[in-house]
Design a protein around this ligand. Structure first.
Ligand SMILES: NC(=O)C1=CN([C@@H]2O[C@H](COP(=O)(O)OP(=O)(O)OC[C@H]3O[C@@H](n4cnc5c(N)ncnc54)[C@H](OP(=O)(O)O)[C@@H]3O)[C@@H](O)[C@H]2O)[C@H](O)CC1
Ligand SMILES: [K+]
Length: 517
């Protein structure tokens, strides 16, 4: 699914109207119907809230609010409308103002007459949408402050008022703190950034049949990976396949006290469908590893507590390094040797050896930035924001972090998985793909090691292109976490639960699953 700018969204509106032979008021009616269904979903037919207040601005966002007020009134909700005065109202606002039944109370907001809002009022925030052209000030800001103070349940129409769709607003500007946001057609970039979570609340996108042709023609760096994107992305295993078909992966992981990271990554790699897995681990971990991962082969390092040797890379189709590695100088030297070896083309024309770098491998890269120039094309890096900062610089805000991320992936021609609530995959071509799966239960030790193992398995599978493999791994990892949380709850979820659910998660992304549905 694409994510468009506010300006592109306006053009999308126009294209939809033209292509489908609609009036703009008819498109607005679709938006209002979608909002009505949200109310039905929340309150059913019999349990309507005692007091629903619609705050309506002067543009089409306010027009949506006015249309919704009519529909709610017709559905026997007790509604009242408060209008923000302006010198100009959009034509569709005027149309819906006229259609509002006289029985619905309407008041004009003024500084001395802010609408009454109690904690029991359900408030629809239809003040400003994607037409916001500057931070809120004056009366509009006063209304928002008044609303936020009331702690009422707020539904934002399209986007919380005062929030820009794809840029930061000044730190102290007024923005509605919504509990729910119902948006139309496509998600907005703003919804995916942690700095906006307090405003956006729970969000959902409702289909109002916006022009698919226009969306397909429109270019954007931002994408949202959802179930529809991922259906059929994992190719079926051919009947006459053998373990060599799916690649032999090498995992360099573990140090004294951190062998669990190696075990979890290995478990994920095996559940990710790899043909063969060899783990190279410090000698202290040999029994631990062999006992817990009998399906994997194990190479023991000469050093008891950390990795100091790079095995011969010839047998392997992909290598991951980092989980539980530690930051010993000898392990740093192994990382350097690995990068040097991987940056040489394997065969004369073939692609470089697929690499996955995680955890301490990233910290070591941050300490030795000269190594960045050795990264082979399409190397996969999986930093969380702090690790990413060590590779680049502190970000001013979440939008700036996205710029740094995009630049880094383009400059080093690598695939960067910036981990978070909406994990963002940056490609060498400058695209940013936000992931939709996952839950806060996955914010627990070992969860990243599981992702590394799964990435290793899918990068070893030569049937998948580098970007496809990484996007699939990120999505399936989050989905496995979601499936696991159904059983354990979020608090009770541990990384091993994610490993156990990788199989079902991957099969939801497989072609066979799609065909049999
Ligand atoms: N496909 C869709 O997404 C659909 C969206 N719909 C809804 O339409 C809005 C966008 O409507 P638009 O009229 O473009 O914009 P707004 O309603 O957000 O507001 C525009 C008016 O507000 C003024 N404005 C802007 N910023 C401020 C501010 N800081 N303070 C005061 N006034 C402001 C602006 O005036 P200008 O001076 O900037 O010209 C306009 O008067 C979208 O969000 C959806 O809710 C459709 O209904 C269906 C399809
Ligand atoms: K709004």
């Amino acid at each position: 699914m694409k994510i468009l700018t506010a300006a592109q969204t306006r053009a999308l509106d126009q294209a939809t109207i033209t292509e489908q032979g609609l009036t703009s008021a008819q498109l607005m009616e679709r938006a209002a119907q979608a909002l009505l269904f949200w109310f039905y979903g929340q309150y059913g037919y019999g349990r309507v809230p005692a007091d629903t207040l619609l705050l309506c601005g002067p543009g089409n966002n306010g027009g949506d609010g006015l249309a919704l007020a009519r529909l709610l009134h017709e559905a026997n909700y007790s509604v009242r409308v408060a209008l923000l005065p302006a010198s100009r109202y959009s034509p569709d606002w005027q149309h819906n103002r006229q259609r509002l039944p006289a029985a619905v109370p309407v008041a004009e907001i003024s500084a001395g007459a802010l609408p009454a809002i109690s904690a029991d009022t359900v408030v629809v925030d239809a003040l400003f949408g994607t037409g916001l052209s500057r931070p809120l000030a004056g009366l509009a800001a006063a209304v928002v402050a008044h609303l936020n103070q009331a702690q009422a349940r707020v539904l934002a129409v399209d986007i919380p008022s005062g929030l820009f769709a794809e840029a930061s607003q000044p730190a102290d500007s007024a923005v509605v703190r919504a509990r729910h946001t119902v948006s139309f057609g496509l998600p907005k970039l703003a919804f995916l950034l942690p700095q906006n979570a307090e405003f956006v609340g729970e969000w959902q996108v409702e289909d109002i049949e916006l022009s698919p042709g226009f969306i397909a023609r429109t270019t954007t760096p931002w994408h949202y990976t959802d179930a529809a994107t991922m259906a059929g992305q994992l190719p079926p295993r051919p009947r006459f396949s053998h373990k060599g078909t799916f690649g032999h992966a090498l995992l360099l992981a573990g140090s004294r006290g951190k062998m669990g990271a190696a075990v979890l990554a290995a478990g994920a790699c095996l559940r990710g469908g790899v043909g063969l897995l060899t783990a190279h681990i410090p000698a202290c971990g040999y029994d631990i590893f062999q006992n817990s991962q009998p399906e994997a082969m194990c190479l023991s390092d000469a050093q008891p507590d950390h990795i100091s040797e790079l095995p011969n890379l010839k047998p392997y189709q992909a290598v991951a390094i980092g989980p539980g590695l530690g930051q010993h100088a000898a392990s740093s030297s192994v990382l350097r040797q690995l990068l040097e070896a991987a940056s040489q083309p394997r065969e004369k024309t073939g692609p470089p050896l697929p690499l996955v770098l995680d955890a301490d491998a990233l910290n070591l890269l941050g300490q030795h930035r000269e190594l960045l120039s050795l990264l082979p094309e399409n190397a996969v890096l999986t930093p969380h924001p702090k690790e990413f900062e060590r590779l680049t610089e502190p970000a001013r805000d979440d939008y700036h972090r996205l710029e740094l991320l995009r630049d880094f992936a383009q400059q080093h021609r690598c695939l960067v998985v910036l981990k978070g609530a909406y994990t963002c995959l940056a490609t060498p071509g400058g695209e940013l793909h936000f992931n939709s799966t996952g839950n806060p239960g996955m914010a627990t030790g070992g969860s990243g090691d599981v992702l590394t193992g799964l990435l290793l398995a899918l990068r070893a599978d030569a049937r998948l292109l580098p970007f496809e493999a990484v996007r699939l791994a990120v999505y399936a990892h989050g989905l496995a976490g979601d499936l696991a949380a159904h059983e354990t709850g979020e608090a009770g979820l541990v990384a091993g639960d994610i490993v156990r659910h990788l199989g079902p998660a991957l099969s939801r992304c497989s072609q066979r699953a799609q065909n049999t549905k």
